[in-house]
Design a protein around this ligand. Structure first.
Ligand code: GLC
Length: 688
């Protein structure tokens, strides 16, 4: 691809992350901004790499996908190192994904993508408030430097830079239409009966729903691609019956394969050398849900193909959606770390434990999880384009492991059902896997701060190509509260993945567990009435390489106030959302960057639409309400109420907004499953 605005510079020997799909000619000149320093070993591997840049006072930083803190990422440091981190707080530097793209916007505006499979750190003015530095080592890096095209028609340079970046990383994943419906999940549904009870409870209350997730308990001893026949005697029958009622079952698949004689997947993996091995050629063993397990080598194309085909055991039972989990990979222990830990524990025996030794003792058993020393012990065999095999230790390519698991599943679907879209979302991810599946943002907690964090993360995920994404609504860990759940689904109405999920042992958080479930119903109804609009906007964002969620700074770059807004988002090119994210808040302040139509949705209906003036407003938002804003001249179609996506009618609409006479809306329609997706010929113009 020829572009004068995208420049590529390579340092060391990068492993192919499969993030960029266009070949971009490498520059031989010096890096255009800041200072790069790097050193390589004799084989050309990076010993160190750093890029340093001095920021101007008002420079802002947007991007980095799945990470903590604000929309403007300046002032903190982050490390891409895919990590199972259920207790993350605002000081956590790494979450489940590695999304190394960001834009510096200010005196000079440009985007940077650090394409590497290895660990990489970003210090955005944390050590020194005007210094930005990026640091990495190990394999190698391709750095893409992107500036805005001159004379572009986008609302801002940032939008234009994202568009170019999204073009080179390729089209985002599109799930089937039903996957935009509401999904209920909980780690704790153990049997067929449990699933039926959940569905019946939703049906009794007429709360719209389209999917129920099967967490690890559906499997036989947590073995991937098996079903526990005692708990689920006939999964095909269950899945078929459910589908007739408009409900899809969505089973989990874990990265670790149980070590067990006569378990087919294990035996096949061993026979064909599909699992990651240690330097001595023996399979590497780590403890995950099933106990001792091996990790498929997703970076090896044969192993990837084999693993992808395994999904067919479940699709043959009528399953049309999956979530891939524990694929950072998360490990509780390795044979090595466990042995070491037991040996250390022994040294405490018969000792009088004092204040220091007691705490050392108590930390030993917890010290075996996700160790870098363990990640260094196993290897991947990557087939290179020239046919040779590259053996590389996991720690050097850690950030692409989960991403390649997503690719494995997606390639599997493509090979055995090329004409059908499947639902697929993963916990771990790297830019590149956005073409193969969506993501949920991993284990969070029932904290108000995590609701706000999701709001702030969404635009950054979109910048990196992850459009089908969302957080565990209500919070995964800890006990949720009714008001937190209500406020969280009010944001969830707009996220393409809308799933209520919670951990075993926490307070149950299906909507019917709370008083006045009709309040939840009223909110979910807005989601379903907006679905033709949300689906259309999603497809357009995929094809036009735009973001569904944007910071106000991207749409109003000259409005200093708007640029600083951290708790409102633009959604599509028509809507601004302003969720409430604090407990007991009567409402909140909203800043309108221009005159907009305020829509008040209450108890399942629009109760008010008024034109509000640019500026600051305090709005009262009771728990039963969602207030959002429509830009002037825009109209939003609402379809009739439906309980499942299969019943959604796309032939009759009401409209929101206060439009002029000739306002119209471009609706995208397809059968919800086809892989032959295009805008041409699929758009219907709806007029007011
Ligand atoms: C992991 C997942 C979580 C799931 C649990 C049990 O923690 O992130 O969503 O419920 O494992 O499978």
């Amino acid at each position: 691809m020829k572009s004068t605005n995208i420049k590529k510079y390579t340092y060391g020997n990068p492993v192919d992350t499969n993030a960029v799909i266009y070949k971009i000619i490498e520059e031989k000149t010096d890096f255009p901004v800041g200072t790069i320093s790097h050193s390589e070993d004799l084989e050309g591997n990076l010993l160190s790499f750093s890029w340093n840049y001095t920021m101007s006072n008002h420079d802002m930083i947007f991007g980095l996908g799945e990470n903590v803190r604000g929309i403007n990422k300046r002032g903190f440091k982050y490390t891409s190192w895919c990590t199972d981190t259920p207790n993350h707080t605002e000081t956590s530097e790494s979450l489940y994904g590695a999304h190394n793209f960001f834009i510096i916007s200010g005196k000079k505006t440009f985007g940077l993508f650090f394409d590497t499979a290895s660990k990489i750190s970003f210090d955005f003015g944390w050590t020194d408030s005007d210094k930005l530095s990026v640091y990495s080592e190990n394999t190698g890096i391709a750095v893409y430097f992107i500036t805005a095209e001159t004379g572009h028609h986008d609302t801002s340079d940032a939008v234009n830079i994202v568009r170019q970046f999204r073009t080179i990383i390729g089209q985002s994943y599109i799930p089937p239409f039903w996957a935009f419906g509401f999904q209920q999940s909980r780690w704790g549904y153990k049997t067929e009966k449990d699933i039926q009870t959940v569905v019946q409870n939703y049906q009794k209350l007429n709360i719209p729903i389209d999917g129920v997730c099967l967490d690890i308990d559906y499997m036989d001893e947590y073995e991937d691609f098996t079903v526990d026949k005692k708990k689920f005697p006939d999964l095909k029958k269950l899945s078929d019956t459910m589908k007739k009622e408009g409900i899809h079952l969505i089973p989990i698949i874990d990265a670790g394969v149980k070590v067990k004689k006569n378990y087919r997947v294990y035996e096949e993996g061993i026979k064909n050398h599909y699992f990651c091995k240690k330097a001595d050629g023996k399979e590497y063993t780590a403890g995950v849900w099933p106990g001792r397990s091996h990790f498929p080598d997703f970076l090896n194309s044969d192993a990837r193909k084999w693993f992808g085909l395994q999904y067919k055991t479940l699709t043959d039972l009528g399953i049309e959606g999956f979530w891939n989990d524990m694929n950072e990979p998360a490990m509780f222990y390795s044979d090595e770390s466990l042995q070491k830990s037991f040996a250390t524990l022994k040294t405490f025996e018969n000792k009088k434990l004092d204040i220091n030794s007691f705490f050392q003792f108590s930390s030993v058993s917890g010290s075996t999880t996700n160790l870098l020393s363990d990640y260094k012990l196993f290897y991947h065999s990557i087939q290179k384009t020239d046919g040779s095999i590259q053996n590389i230790s996991h720690d050097k390519v850690h950030n692409i492991f989960g991403s390649f698991m997503t690719q494995a599943a997606s390639e599997g679907f493509k090979s055995f059902a090329p004409e059908k879209r499947f639902l697929l979302y993963s916990r771990s991810s790297c830019i590149g896997s956005h073409r193969y599946g969506g993501i949920w943002t991993g284990d969070n907690r029932s904290w108000w701060s995590h609701l706000k964090m999701e709001l702030q993360m969404l635009p950054a995920l979109n910048m990196c190509g992850f459009l089908y994404s969302g957080a565990d609504i209500g919070g995964f860990g800890d006990n949720t509260s009714r008001d937190l759940l209500l406020r969280w689904i009010a944001l969830g109405v707009f996220t393409p993945l809308m799933r209520n999920h919670s951990a075993s042992g926490t307070r149950k958080q299906e909507f019917y567990q709370f008083g006045h479930p009709e309040d939840f119903k009223g909110i979910i109804e807005l989601r379903y009435r907006l679905l033709p609009f949300i689906y259309s906007e999603f497809i357009k964002a995929v094809f036009n390489n735009t973001m569904l969620f944007r910071p106000l700074a991207f749409d109003y770059p000259k409005d200093y106030r708007a640029c600083n807004i951290e708790d409102q988002l633009m959604f599509s090119d028509s809507i601004m959302i302003a969720p409430v994210y604090e407990q007991n808040a009567l409402g909140r302040y909203v800043y309108l960057p221009e005159d907009m139509v305020q829509v008040v949705w209450n108890n399942g209906e629009v109760v008010q639409q008024t034109l509000q003036q640019k500026g600051d407003h305090f709005i009262e938002v009771p728990l039963t309400q969602i207030i959002f804003y429509i830009k002037p001249e825009k109209i939003i179609p609402l379809c009739p109420k439906a309980l499942h996506t299969k019943d959604i009618r796309m032939d009759t609409f009401e409209f929101l907004g206060i439009p002029s006479k000739d306002a119209s809306y471009s609706l995208y329609k397809d059968d919800g499953y086809t892989t032959d997706i295009h805008l041409d010929g699929r758009i219907t113009k709806l007029t007011f």
